[in-house]
Design a protein around this ligand. Structure first.
Ligand SMILES: Nc1ncnc2c1ncn2[C@@H]1O[C@H](COP(=O)(O)OP(=O)(O)OP(=O)(O)O)[C@@H](O)[C@H]1O
Length: 339
């Protein structure tokens, strides 16, 4: 089963006719090659307009591709779009659940839509209500639910036909941190219980970092990185020790002593494991008569990875909401991470 490919895309592309004054075409997705194995949880990241939603819409057959090919759960997106749709769940941005319908009725209607028998639909609906913790709200109208509850209802609707592959387009956008954490708990639990392969887009870099096994980064319609979050951070960003001095002269001397780089009164020293390197650096600077005024370690985030790849920050582009910084202060005056 683990050998089975859930998504294989080769040279996939989508060009939209131009809509602006210039009238030029928009190459939303270019020459995309993807391989996703059964059971993987993949987070798809990128700035606004990078082409993430378009990719999802191509793979779910909601949009026809302009070039290339792809097979999703073994079905060709061009030749067998109905086969793809039967085998996948897709939850787009925004709630798809009807406003005045009750949660349980909505699940039953969705089962009927997929041609699942009544008895089986009821069993599956009960199981999803239990596993997504919807019991207390199953009899309520969707319009009375909170954002997080609605999102869980959306996911239950996307799973009623037991798809092997679930696409989620920004499942946690707009939710408060507690609802986001709760939703993720459910996503992880669903995957454990049903072995569903999950391919999702998110703007939350910390979510992708902590919860996805694999991170794909898209920019200007192209895939620019594809690996585990830890490998991307290790290979493309790396740890560093940040030191502060009273004068630029001291900083320059300390930079020479530590093989670091000085900028004004600050020094940055790249390190494999900054937390382990820091004590030795401090001892050595002390011995050289150059004790720093402040010291902190910086462990890279996925934003640093994006910065290393593109020279731009995802956050600068209004992309990522605040995330917990991985900067640990070890002196009374910590260097605030400027990112
Ligand atoms: N129907 C369309 N017609 C014309 N251009 C489109 C259409 N849909 C998307 N685009 C353009 O294609 C590019 C990729 O858009 P897409 O929605 O895939 O990006 P995204 O990465 O999902 O962005 P976001 O994070 O904002 O959702 C953008 O330049 C967008 O304006």
């Amino acid at each position: 089963m683990s050998e089975q490919k859930m998504i294989v895309a080769r040279g996939l592309g989508k060009t939209f006719p131009g809509t602006g004054k210039s009238g030029g075409q928009v190459e939303a997705v270019s020459d995309l090659n993807l391989d996703v194995a059964a059971g993987e949880l993949v987070a798809f990241l990128g700035p606004n307009g990078a082409g993430k939603s378009t990719t999802l819409r191509l793979l779910t057959t909601l949009l026809p591709a302009s070039s290339g090919e792809a097979s999703v759960v073994g079905c060709d997106i061009r030749r067998d779009p109905a086969g793809v749709r039967r085998r996948i769940g897709y939850i787009g941005q925004g709630s798809s659940a009807g406003y005045t319908q009750r949660v349980r009725d909505e699940l039953h209607s969705q089962g009927a839509f997929y041609g699942i028998g009544r008895r089986e639909t009821r069993l599956r609906a009960d199981e999803l209500i239990e596993s997504l913790d919807l019991g207390a709200i199953a009899g309520r109208q969707v319009q009375t639910l909170s954002g997080g509850q609605r999102r869980r209802v959306d996911i239950a609707l996307g799973l009623i036909h037991r798809p092997e592959l679930l696409f989620l387009d920004e499942p946690s956008t707009g939710l408060d941190p507690q609802s986001r954490a709760n939703l993720w708990q459910h996503i992880v639990e669903l995957r454990r219980r049903y072995g569903t392969t999950i391919f999702l887009t998110t703007h939350y870099l910390d979510e992708a970092d902590q919860l996805a096994e694999r991170v794909m980064v898209m920019d200007h319609g192209r895939l620019i990185a594809d690996d585990t979050a830890s490998a991307l951070k290790r290979d493309l960003a790396g740890d560093r020790v940040e030191l502060g001095f009273d004068s630029a002269a001291d900083a320059a001397a300390a930079a020479a002593h530590t093989s670091g780089t000085a900028s004004g009164t600050a020094v940055v020293v790249p390190a494999l494991a900054a937390d382990e390197a820091l004590p030795a650096i401090l001892r050595s600077l002390d011995a050289a008569g150059l004790p720093p005024r402040a010291a902190s370690i910086h462990q890279p985030t996925l934003d640093d990875v994006f910065l290393a790849l593109t020279g731009r920050s995802l956050r600068e582009e209004g992309q990522a909401p605040a995330t917990a910084e991985h900067t640990t202060s070890v002196a009374h005056e910590s260097e605030e991470d400027a990112a």
